[in-house]
Design a binder for this molecule. Sequence first.
Ligand SMILES: *[C@@H]1O[C@H](CO)[C@@H](O)[C@H](O)[C@H]1NC(C)=O
Ligand SMILES: *[C@@H]1O[C@H](CO)[C@@H](O)[C@H](O)[C@H]1NC(C)=O
Ligand SMILES: *[C@@H]1O[C@H](CO)[C@@H](O)[C@H](O)[C@H]1NC(C)=O
Length: 397
Amino acid sequence: MATLFRALVLLLTLSDLFVGMLSLGVGINYGQIANNLPSPSRVALLLRSLNISRVKLYDADPNVLGAFSNTNVDFVIGLGNEYLLTMTDSSKAQTWIGQHVQPYLSQTKITCIVVGNEILSGNDTRLMSYLLPAMQTVHDALGNLSLNNQVYVTTAHSLAILGSSFPPSSGTFREDLAQYIQPMLNFHSQANSPFLINAYPYFAYKDNPGQISLAYALFQPNPGMIDPNTNLKYDNMLYAQIDAVYAAIKAMGHTDVQVKISETGWPSKGDANEAGATPENAGLYNGNLLQRIEAQQGTPANPSVPVDIYVFALFNEDLKPGPASERNYGLYYPDGTPVYNIGVQGYLPHIDYSSAKKNNHQVGGWWAGDVGGRGRRRREILESLRVFFLFMGRSLR
Ligand SMILES: *[C@@H]1O[C@H](CO)[C@@H](O)[C@H](O)[C@H]1NC(C)=O
Ligand SMILES: *[C@@H]1O[C@H](CO)[C@@H](O)[C@H](O)[C@H]1NC(C)=O
Ligand SMILES: *[C@@H]1O[C@H](CO)[C@@H](O)[C@H](O)[C@H]1NC(C)=O
């Protein structure tokens, strides 16, 4: 009996482990500032082949939400900056939810609304003053429909809202933004919604290629940095950025707000003055990042909270303005060809949309390694546990 018990404990531990590995996937940003992207239903096939089940949109595109009905993909949708003023009006917020969210909820999982993008690092103080009232009103409108526990409300910030970020434990927000951020943190704490940041070690590297270690920015082996206040060691820049945001939040009196990464990525191509934008570096950044996510790693200051990340982005977007890098963050070209390989993670599959449906079951879940095999194994273990308990139940009776 003791042996049987030990075997049972081992089985339970193993199955826990499998559940853990399978439950946290990486998310992806599905930006659509392009004139050559495949239809949303093809994109649904592509994402299914990649076993990506978390997608972030910048709007609430009904074509996308419709194409993903009954797909089990979890959506973060966006309310663009141009909606902020409108959304401070209760009846307009309620109408928007009634038209853009509620009708899809029975078929498409929408779990979050991001109200505005990078408002506080911009220069429009009117928008800054609308931001929290708009978030609050959208949250209240969801509450009136009893959806506020199903769909959470937040906004996404650029790292430029930080006044200082190194060492991470001394992270603070810019002083002029405290008036906006303090009440926003109170909102997050009450609404139990996360604080989102768009974090790009690439920007830091590009601005100072002579000083910043490329290996540190790319999660490659490197000596790392020690935070002199905490003695914690950082072996990559992204984790230092995340912990700097946690420290800034703590300096405002909150330890109850989770930080998540709404965007991170690395461009595969850039202008002559954009150092480091190469397919090799982009493959290393994203491949190494995925390994960390698979390992469910937390940051040095928050080791028990696995980093939660949406990679930027699914496709290269040819109509994005700005330097060449802006149009080259995609993992894929619009025709389904991978832009580069993801290093140790293996190869990104080429997606032939016309046969994607037929071959779908054969394409591995590269984001999570051999997840198919592990999933099968887990089902087998759970099945043998079920049989075991059935048997125990009978013999006890
Ligand atoms: C504010 O930012 C926008 C774009 O981000 C820019 O076009 C505009 O010139 C800026 N205005 C001021 C007053 O800095
Ligand atoms: C929520 O419902 C209350 C009571 O009906 C109403 O006064 C308020 O305007 C509604 N708020 C929103 C944001 O819809
Ligand atoms: C796909 O990923 C999910 C978790 O993100 C996991 O539950 C599932 O087993 C995976 N399936 C395959 C075929 O990899």
